[in-house]
Design a protein around this ligand. Structure first.
Ligand SMILES: Nc1ncnc2c1ncn2[C@@H]1O[C@H](COP(=O)(O)OP(=O)(O)OP(=O)(O)O)[C@@H](O)[C@H]1O
Length: 275
């Protein structure tokens, strides 16, 4: 369980990134922070591993205040995946994944065999293990990033727009892969994105943020879709009647030749409802 207890963050230049934010994140689930640019998502995520210190308030992991934990130890115990993968360019894929375990005191050979296992786990061909990050596609690099974060078997995985830089098809594959991994591993995942579709696809719980880290709504994707809290949320999730009609989510059904067909707002057929 991760607890944000009335945290605020004002950066040195006076920017107030987070007003006052409180939230309890349950273990073994995926919680997604979604919001537009500058809503404080990254700031909140980084408070968990102390890459950002809150100005006031506390963050606790399983009741322990993270401020009392050595930051290096804390960061080694928490997986962290970034948009650009954050891979070390002069180390092979295998060594990138093995590094944290080696830093944690594991023998090199053992760390490498563990790394090979992790590459397999995230769906990467072991033949890629001796390549350098620049010799991989963006999607493959992100898989390496996930393998590296998971290698020390952390309880918590922080993911900051990890699939933001890849094309939509690869992005979809990576999302599916993460869902599969999460079914197997049951980590406590905090995932940051500005893409509401990604949030709904991945989140057991979704937290919609507006500027200043203010919670506009939190709930399951179903709850938010069924009952958006206000116009801001309606606009964000694209169910507003006016504006953004092209991607509006309100669908209609019509019976055609005994089949129930779903149509989008523009009247394009999207699919058939299974009885
Ligand atoms: N080191 C910093 N110094 C000053 N201001 C900062 C710093 N880091 C972030 N900010 C500001 O804090 C606010 C929140 O930033 P943050 O990166 O947490 O938002 P975000 O929701 O993750 O945005 P994005 O989706 O663009 O990454 C923004 O106004 C940003 O400019």
């Amino acid at each position: 369980m991760i607890e944000f207890d009335a945290v605020t963050k004002t950066y040195a230049d006076g920017t107030q990134a987070v007003g006052e934010f409180s939230l309890t994140i349950p273990s073994h689930h995926t919680t997604v922070f979604v919001g537009s640019s500058g809503s404080g998502k990254t700031t909140l995520l980084r408070m968990v591993n102390r890459m950002v210190e809150p100005t006031t308030g506390r963050v606790r992991i399983d009741e322990q205040d993270v401020a009392a934990v050595d930051p290096v130890k804390l960061r080694r115990s928490i997986g962290y995946v970034l948009q650009q993968g954050g891979l070390l360019p002069h180390r092979t894929v295998l060594d990138n994944v093995a590094t944290v375990a080696v830093l944690g005191g594991m023998a090199k050979a053992k760390a490498r065999s563990l790394a090979l296992e992790m590459l397999d786990r995230v769906g990467l061909d072991p033949a890629l293990a001796n390549r350098y990050p620049a010799q991989l596609s963006g999607g493959q690099q992100q898989r390496v990033g996930v393998a590296r974060a998971l290698a020390p078997d952390p309880n918590i995985l922080l993911m900051d727009e990890p699939f933001g830089a890849v094309d939509p098809i690869v992005r979809r594959e990576l999302q599916e892969e993460l869902l599969r991994l999460q079914r197997e591993l049951g980590k406590t995942i905090v995932f940051v994105t500005h893409d509401i579709d990604e949030a709904f696809r991945l989140g057991d719980e979704v937290v919609v943020l507006r500027t200043g880290g203010e919670v506009a709504q939190r709930g399951t994707p179903e709850e938010i879709l069924a009952n958006p809290a206000d116009d801001f949320v309606r606009h964000f999730i694209g169910t507003e009647a006016s504006g953004g009609e092209a991607e509006a989510r309100r669908l209609t059904t019509r019976t055609v030749d005994g089949q129930q067909i779903v149509f989008d707002r523009a009247g394009r057929p999207l699919g058939v409802i299974e009885p």
